[in-house]
Design a protein around this ligand. Structure first.
Ligand SMILES: Cc1cc2nc3c(=O)[nH]c(=O)nc-3n(C[C@H](O)[C@H](O)[C@H](O)COP(=O)(O)O)c2cc1C
Length: 312
């Protein structure tokens, strides 16, 4: 396959996650690989992050779920997913048989939900979980777990107790103090941070039929190239607050985006919304990155990272 120069090793707390490339398909944009399976070559993916899995199957939201905006999109899918039992029975064997590395993205409405998912992940020897903490805690006034450092610390610590493989916490950008959240994540015992999840947004379209106005709107999570400056800012803040590997996500769609994220300290990348525009984007970017490394005489991605980080 010839992309040896992209091998990426995330290391923290005496745990490691080995990826054959730093390019990962972001949660919610690759399903469980079923949709892409037959026509996208995942050989060049470091991993896919699964659609967020909850303890029970969820049907998601009714009505419009996707709304296109300038430079991105707003989604309100509502965590539609098959539930952990079906994932383990039906999806996991397929991922294993196809040799596709994945991060199990988990989500819950209570601390107990996350604990249950962590326990099942451990029992099934899943190598890495990515915890979506941008979910409302139904036992705590529906405040998102990940927006309060104390509740985040508590959640991470409880998951850590039950899950001993590579633990990634996916942070929300909907905060005024990402540094405090990053510190709580590290102190709770996580191995890695992925950032960012979607920003809150409202898309509105007003049509006029010559007599009346018609309004269509979708409130949900904003993603795509329009959020890249926020993601860059957040990752730089996180990197200044904690010492742990960071997976960058938010508006990545081209080689120069990877360089920008490397310059603020990213170790790997996830690509979400850009898949909807160019379904082969992960493979295309991995090949482009590998060729760039070769053609410019860098030994490997690690040497490229060092060089870019030195650039002020
Ligand atoms: C349709 C859609 C569904 C998503 N579902 C999830 C999810 O289930 N869990 C999660 O952690 N993030 C989810 N996300 C967020 C993405 O993984 C990613 O963090 C975000 O879209 C920013 O990256 P991007 O700008 O490359 O899309 C979803 C995003 C989109 C667009």
């Amino acid at each position: 396959m010839g992309l040896e120069n992209l091998k990426t090793i995330l290391k923290s707390n005496n745990r490691t996650l080995e990826l054959k490339s730093p390019i990962i398909g972001a949660s919610g944009t690759y399903g469980y690989n079923d949709e892409f399976g037959d026509f996208i070559n995942t050989d060049y993916f470091g991993a896919i992050s699964t659609k967020g899995i909850t303890p029970e199957k969820r049907f998601g939201n009714d009505g419009d779920r996707i709304f296109e905006v300038q430079g991105g999109m707003i989604n309100r899918i509502g965590l539609e997913n098959v539930g952990i039992e079906a994932f383990i029975k039906e999806k996991l064997p397929v991922l294993k048989s196809k040799n596709i590395d994945f991060l199990l993205n988990i989500a819950g409405s209570t601390v107990e939900d996350y604990e249950q998912l962590a326990e099942i992940a451990q029992k099934n020897e899943i190598k890495a979980i990515e915890v979506n903490v941008s979910c409302p805690n139904v036992k705590s006034g529906c405040l998102e777990f990940g927006l309060n450092p104390d509740s985040l610390f508590d959640l991470v610590k409880k998951i850590r107790k039950l899950y001993n493989n590579f633990l990634i916490i996916k942070l929300s950008p909907n905060t005024s103090d990402i540094k405090a959240l990053a510190k709580a994540t590290q102190e709770g015992g996580a191995d890695c941070i992925s950032a960012i999840n979607t920003l809150r947004g409202l898309g509105i379209k007003i049509d006029f039929d010559g007599k009346n106005f018609h309004r269509k709107s979708v409130k949900g999570g904003l993603s795509g190239s329009c959020i890249k400056p926020v993601a860059l800012y957040m990752i730089e803040e996180i990197k200044n607050a904690v010492d742990m590997p960071i997976i960058a996500v938010g508006g990545i769609s081209k080689l120069s985006d990877l360089f920008e994220f490397l310059s603020v300290g990213a170790d790997a990348f996830q690509i979400g919304t850009a898949n909807f525009i160019q379904p082969s984007i992960c493979t295309d970017l991995a090949v482009e990155l590998s060729n760039f490394i070769k053609e410019n005489n860098f030994k490997n991605i690690e040497e490229l990272k060092r060089k870019i980080k030195e650039t002020k």
